[in-house]
Write a protein that binds this ligand. Structure first.
Ligand code: MGD
Ligand code: MGD
Ligand code: SF4
Ligand code: MO
Length: 714
C-alpha cells in the first residue's frame, strides 16, 4: 500500500506491507514521482517504531511513586477536563498552555485542532519547537515581505550557483524545502557547470561532496554583510531588479558600508579575498541563490542572518526568478487562510516573560520555564505537550525540567513516555503517522516541484491510540468549549457543528487555486481525485515566478530591504560583547543519518553499529584535542557557564579548529528502553536557560556557537 513518510521534509514515498492489520515492513516507493524509490534508514525503521513494544497504547496516569497506571480514556479525559476547567475558573484560560513539537507539523489535523483549542481558551501560552528551528525565518519574512508565511525556496533545478549556509542536506535531506532527491539535485547543478558552496564550520557530508567554505560559528551575519559591502562598493547590484521589486536599497547600502571583508574576516572566519570573489561570483552568475538552514538560525543573530540571506539574493537580482529564490504556490492557500483567521501574525502580542514578539501566535519555548515559575496574572499552571520532548530540545533544559514539577497539571500526547512525558500527570497515546490520514499541508508551498498527495491510514491505531485532533475535540467538548479559528466556527462547534479534518481538507482543495470548484472546473483537485492517485500528483515542473507583487503583503507591494529592526540588529552585531573569558571553544550541533532529534533512538535498526551500539560523541579538531591532552576515544568534560556534560571524544579534522560538535537529543530517561540504554547526554544543558539570552527579533534559542571549554576526565 502506498503512503508517504512524515518524519522529515522530503516526505518520501513508502510502500507498506500489511497483514491482518499489522505492519510487516516499509520500503521505498519506486512509483513515487519525486522520491522515485528513495527512502532513508529512518523511514524504513519507522516500522520498528510502529511495532515498538515500548509504545504507549493506553492512557497512563502517574502514581505518587513516579510509576504509571493504565486508565480508560474516559477516566483520563474526565479528570483532565475537570482539572483544566477548575484552573480556568480560578485563574483564567491564560493559565493553560501548550507546546507542540516538530512531528505535529507533519499532521494536517493536529495543529489545526490544537490552535483551535488554545484559541477557545483565549490563552497566549502557545509554544513550539519553532524557536529552536525556524521562527527567525518567519520573522525575517514578516520584515521583508510583510508576510511571515512567505518563505522562498532555492530553485535548485535551475540555478547555476548555490551558496548554502548552515545546512547539511545530504544528512538532513533538506529543510524548509521539500526535495526528496536533493542529493541528485545538487549534483546536477555541478553537472550543468554550476557550483555549490557550503559555508559550514564542519566539513560536512554535503561540504565534502561540493566546495567547502569553512566559517566561524555564529559569524554568518558578518559574512553576508561583507558580501553586500562588496556588491555595493563595486556597483555589482542588479539595479533594475531592485528598482522594480524593492525599497530601502540606499539604506541597505549605507548599513553594509562599515562591513568591508577585511573587517569581517575575524568574525566570519572567511578571508577577505575569498569573500570578495564570492560576492563577485554571486553577482556575475546568471542564476544564483543563497539558502540557509538551522546552522544559520540558532546563533545570536538568526533573524538578521535570514534577512541578509534573502537580501543578497534580491540585490543580485535573483529573487522570484528561475534559478533564484522562488515563492512556492500551494493548492491550498495556507497563507491566506492564516491571514484571514488572524493567525499570520508577527509581534502582535508580547510574551509575559521576556517581552518577545509572537510568531504565528507562538512564543519562544525558551521562556516556558520562567512562565511557569514567575508569579502573577497569567502564570502558566497547566501544560499540554503534544508531539514534543522539550526537556531534551529547548535551551538550558535543566530549568524547564525543574519547572515542570511546579505545574498543577502536565499532560503529554505522545507515542512514548518521552523524557518529558516521564514527568506528566497523564500520558495520552497518540497514533503514529501510519495510523492516520494525511495531507502535507504546511509543506505544499515548499516543494521544489509543485506536488500534492493524500494518504489514508495504512494500519488501524495500535491499542487505544487516538489522533491528536480527536483528543483535543473531546477535551473541548467536555470543557464546554468550541474549537475553531474563527469566533463563528467556535460557536458552531459548541452547537454541535463539528466538521472533520477530512471534510475541511476536501473543501479547501476544491476551492483552492487548483480546485475543481465542485464541478465548475473539470480535472480540478478534490479529495476524491487525490485518492485516485495514491502516489500523489505533480502539478507543474517548476514553481511559478514573476508574481512577487501579488505575494508580498506590504502595502506598497515591495520588498523592504532596510526596516528599522534590522538596522538595530546590525548595530547590535557591530557592538557584540566579548565572549566570557575561560571558554575558548565554540559548540555547534550535528545531525546524524540515524538519529532524528530526540525520538528515534529506540529503534534497534538505527542503533546498531560495528561491534556494538552507536554512541554520542563530541567531534574535536586534532589541534584542539592535542592542546587539551585528549586522544580519540577519551572521555571529556565539556563545560559552559550554564552546565557541563561528559562524553567520549572523536578527533577529526572535519572540524575547524576552535569548534566542537555534539548531536542533540541524547541522554534519555524515559520509558524507551533501547534509548535509555544508549547513554549519552543532553547537550542543551550547556545552553543558556535565561530568557534574556534569546535572540531579540524571534526569540530564537542560542544553540550554535555556545562558548565552552573542554577537559579530559582522568
Ligand atoms: N542543541 C540543539 N538542539 C536542538 C536542535 C539543534 O540543532 N541543536 N534542533 C532543534 C530542532 S530543528 C527541532 S525541530 C527540535 C525538536 O524538538 P521537539 O519537537 O521538542 O522534539 P522531538 O525530538 O522532535 O520530539 C518529538 C516527540 O514527539 C513524539 N512523536 C513522534 N511522532 C508523533 C506523532 O505523530 N504524534 C505525537 N503526539 N507524538 C509524536 C516523539 O515520541 C517525541 O517524544 O529540536 C531542537 N533542538
Ligand atoms: N537524519 C536526520 N535528519 C533530519 C533531522 C535529524 O535530526 N536527523 N532533523 C530534521 C529537522 S527537525 C530539521 S530542522 C532539519 C535541519 O536541516 P539542516 O539545517 O540541513 O541540518 P543540520 O545537519 O543541523 O545542518 C546544520 C549545519 O549547520 C552547521 N552550523 C552550525 N553552526 C553554524 C554556524 O554558525 N554557521 C554556519 N554557516 N553553519 C553552522 C552545522 O555544522 C551543520 O552542518 O533536518 C531534518 N532532518
Ligand atoms: S529522508 Fe528518510 S525520514 Fe525523511 S522523509 Fe525520506 S524516508 Fe522519511
Ligand atoms: Mo527542526
Amino acid at each position: 500500500m502506498a503512503t508517504y513518510c512524515r518524519i522529515c521534509e522530503p516526505l518520501c514515498g513508502l510502500t507498506a506491507t500489511v497483514r491482518d492489520g499489522e505492519l510487516l515492513r516499509l520500503r521505498p516507493d519506486p512509483d513515487h514521482p519525486l522520491s522515485r524509490g528513495f527512502a532513508c534508514p529512518k523511514g524504513i525503521a519507522m516500522a520498528e517504531v510502529q511495532n515498538d513494544p515500548d509504545r504507549v497504547t493506553r492512557p497512563l496516569r502517574r502514581r505518587a511513586d513516579g510509576g504509571f497506571d493504565e486508565v480508560s480514556w474516559d477516566e483520563a479525559l474526565s479528570d483532565i477536563a475537570a482539572r483544566l476547567t477548575r484552573i480556568r475558573r480560578e485563574h483564567g484560560g491564560d493559565a493553560i498552555g501548550c507546546y507542540f513539537g516538530n512531528p505535529a507539523t507533519f499532521s494536517y489535523s493536529h495543529p489545526l485542532w490544537l490552535t483551535g483549542f488554545m484559541g477557545a481558551l483565549g490563552s497566549p501560552h502557545l509554544y513550539s519547537a519553532g524557536s529552536q528551528d525556524v521562527n527567525n525565518r518567519f520573522a525575517a519574512s514578516a520584515l521583508l515581505y510583510g508576510a511571515p508565511t512567505l518563505v522562498p525556496i532555492p530553485d535548485l533545478k535551475r540555478t547555476d550557483l548555490l551558496l548554502m549556509i548552515g545546512a547539511n542536506p545530504l544528512v538532513s535531506h533538506g529543510s524548509v524545502l521539500s526535495a526528496p532527491r536533493i542529493r541528485d539535485d545538487l549534483a546536477a547543478i555541478v553537472r550543468r557547470g554550476g557550483r555549490v558552496i557550503v559555508a559550514d564550520p564542519r566539513r560536512t557530508e554535503t561540504a565534502r561532496a561540493h566546495e567547502h567554505l569553512p566559517v566561524r560559528p555564529d559569524g554568518d551575519a558578518w559574512l553576508l554583510l561583507s558580501l553586500l559591502h562588496v556588491i555595493f562598493a563595486e556597483r555589482l547590484e542588479d539595479a533594475a531588479a531592485c528598482a522594480h521589486q524593492a525599497t530601502g536599497l540606499a539604506e541597505l547600502r549605507a548599513l553594509a558600508a562599515r562591513f568591508a571583508p577585511e573587517r569581517t574576516a575575524a568574525h566570519s572566519g572567511v578571508p577577505a579575498d575569498r569573500a570578495r570573489s564570492l560576492a563577485r561570483d554571486l553577482a556575475a552568475a546568471e542564476r544564483a541563490v543563497v539558502y540557509g538552514r538551522t546552522g544559520s538560525c540558532l546563533g545570536r543573530y538568526g533573524t538578521l542572518t535570514a534577512f541578509l540571506i534573502d537580501a543578497v539574493t534580491a540585490v543580485t537580482g535573483n529573487l522570484d526568478r528561475p534559478g533564484g529564490a522562488v515563492f512556492g504556490e500551494s493548492p491550498i492557500r495556507v497563507d491566506e487562510i492564516l491571514r484571514l483567521s488572524g493567525r499570520a501574525t508577527y509581534g502582535r502580542a508580547r510574551s509575559r516573560v521576556g517581552g518577545y514578539p509572537d510568531i504565528l501566535g507562538t512564543f519562544p519555548a525558551g521562556v516556558m520555564a520562567e512562565e511557569i515559575t514567575t508569579p502573577g496574572r497569567g502564570r502558566l499552571r497547566a501544560l499540554l505537550v503534544a508531539a514534543g520532548n522539550p526537556v531534551l530540545t529547548v535551551p538550558g533544559s535543566a530549568a524547564l525540567d525543574a519547572a515542570l514539577d511546579r505545574l498543577d497539571l502536565l499532560v503529554c500526547v505522545d507515542m512514548y513516555v518521552s523524557d518529558t512525558a516521564r514527568k506528566a500527570d497523564y500520558v495520552l497515546p497518540a497514533t503514529s503517522f501510519l495510523e492516520r490520514e494525511d495531507l502535507p499541508l504546511p509543506f505544499l508551498q515548499l516543494h521544489l516541484t509543485p506536488y500534492v498527495t493524500w494518504t489514508e491510514p495504512v494500519v488501524p491505531p495500535r491499542g487505544e491510540a487516538r489522533q491528536e485532533w480527536q483528543i483535543f475535540d473531546e477535551l473541548a467538548r467536555r470543557m464546554g468549549l468550541g474549537v475553531g479559528a474563527l469566533r463563528a466556527q467556535r460557536l458552531a462547534h459548541r452547537l454541535g457543528v463539528r466538521p472533520t479534518p477530512r471534510f475541511l481538507a476536501d473543501a479547501l482543495l476544491r476551492t483552492g487555486p487548483y480546485g475543481d470548484w465542485y464541478g465548475l472546473r473539470r480535472g480540478g483537485l478534490s479529495l476524491k481525485r487525490l485518492r485516485a492517485h495514491p502516489h500523489g500528483i505533480v502539478l507543474a515542473d517548476h514553481q511559478r515566478t514573476g508574481r512577487l507583487r501579488r505575494r508580498v503583503w506590504h502595502k506598497d507591494r515591495r520588498v523592504h530591504l532596510a526596516p528599522p529592526q534590522i538596522a538595530a540588529e546590525i548595530d547590535r552585531l557591530a557592538a557584540a560583547p566579548e565572549p566570557p573569558p575561560g571558554y575558548p571553544l565554540r559548540l555547534i550541533g550535528i545531525r546524524e543519518q540515524r538519529s532524528h532529534n530526540s525520538w528515534m533512538h529506540n529503534a534497534p535498526a538505527l542503533m546498531r553499529a560495528k561491534g556494538g551500539t552507536r554512541e554520542q560523541v563530541a567531534r574535536v579538531h586534532p589541534e584542539d584535542a592535542a592542546g587539551h591532552g585528549l586522544q580519540d576515544g577519551d572521555r571529556c568534560r565539556i563545560s559552559s557557564p550554564h552546565g557541563s556534560v561528559e562524553l567520549p571524544v572523536k578527533v577529526t579534522d572535519e572540524m575547524t579548529p576552535g569548534t566542537v560538535a555534539v548531536p542533540h537529543g541524547w541522554g534519555h530517561r524515559g520509558g524507551w528502553r533501547v534509548a535509555n540504554a544508549a547513554g549519552g547526554v543532553n547537550v542543551n544543558l550547556l545552553a543558556s536557560p535565561d530568557p534574556g539570552d534569546l535572540e531579540p527579533l524571534a526569540g530564537m534559542a542560542h544553540l550554535n556557537g555556545v562558548p565552552v571549554r573542554i577537559a579530559p576526565i582522568r
